[in-house]
Design a protein around this ligand. Structure first.
Ligand SMILES: C[S@@+](CC[C@H](N)C(=O)[O-])C[C@H]1O[C@@H](n2cnc3c(N)ncnc32)[C@H](O)[C@@H]1O
Length: 254
């Protein structure tokens, strides 16, 4: 295995999380980038999302459509109303949102529908799928005015209506695979480094969790639509289809 280049800058990171990941690598050898990403974002205590440390917006690490104002939610609300009409104005219509962060998108949608589509607002349920308690607390605070409309679950369940997500898929762990080689994360001295390993599984894909998620949503959708908004480039991972961001800057990794 060759050490490819210095990778993740750990100076400003969470020292406890860095210690845990380092210990994992020292015990089992180099880990996939997906495993590294899973730890960094979703470690139960220290993960960027799971611990509630994630900061979106001007004072945070990146912007999303939701963080720049209510227009995005208003546009999607109009789309949800159209879907409800197309489904024959059913009475069990559910808007399911996954990756709802602090609940702002849901709030923008419900405010708009209450004012501009009262008939739809009356019948709909808004279901947030949120596995992280700290984010659920924030959502219920933001959505207090709509608490009768909202239900929270930590996993999907069958529904008729629309499943919505904004930038959920890009937060799912990816492996860095290119040309029969996988970039894995190792430790050298006290730093994380990338090492290249030959790929043993012939049919490995970089985004298996996202593919599994598609099956998971399809299995729960009884009737309706799925709207998943995200960004990316079609092409080789070697061109850098994965990005690491902090403080509105793209970091020199991966
Ligand atoms: C990039 S943020 C986008 C947040 C928000 N949708 C927005 O546009 O501002 C990704 C979000 O997906 C959430 N997430 C990741 N995996 C999830 C899962 N399996 N179920 C629910 N939320 C998840 C993270 O906790 C995080 O809040």
């Amino acid at each position: 295995m060759d050490v490819e280049r210095w990778a993740l800058k750990t100076k400003n990171g969470n020292t406890e999380l860095i210690r845990l990941i380092r210990a994992e690598i020292e015990k089992q050898g180099p880990i996939s980038f997906a495993q590294f990403m899973r730890n960094a974002l979703y470690h139960p205590e220290h993960g960027y999302y799971s611990s509630g440390r994630c900061a979106i917006g001007k004072a945070g690490d990146y912007f999303t459509n939701v963080s720049i104002g209510p227009v995005f939610g208003q546009l999607l609300a109009a789309q949800f109303a159209e879907i409800w009409e197309r489904l024959g104005k059913i009475h069990n219509f559910v808007i399911v949102e996954q990756g709802a962060h602090d609940g702002q998108f849901a709030c923008d949608v419900l405010e708009f529908l209450k004012k501009h589509a009262p008939e739809f607002f009356e019948v709909l349920r808004y279901r947030i799928v949120e596995p992280f308690p700290i984010l659920r607390d924030r959502q219920s605070l933001t959505l207090k005015p709509f608490q009768e409309k909202i239900e929270y679950h930590d996993s999907l369940r069958p529904f008729a209506g629309v499943h919505f997500s904004n930038e959920l898929l890009d937060a799912m762990p990816v492996r860095l695979i290119s040309g029969g080689v996988e970039k894995m994360v190792d430790v050298q001295d006290t730093n994380f480094v990338f090492v290249e390993c030959p790929l043993l599984e012939g049919n490995a894909v970089s985004n298996q969790p996202a593919l599994d998620w598609v099956d998971y949503v399809a299995a729960n959708l009884q009737r309706g639509y799925v709207i998943a908004i995200d960004y990316g480039r079609v092409g080789d991972e070697g061109e850098g289809s994965a990005q690491v961001r902090a403080g509105h800057r793209i970091l020199d990794s991966p």
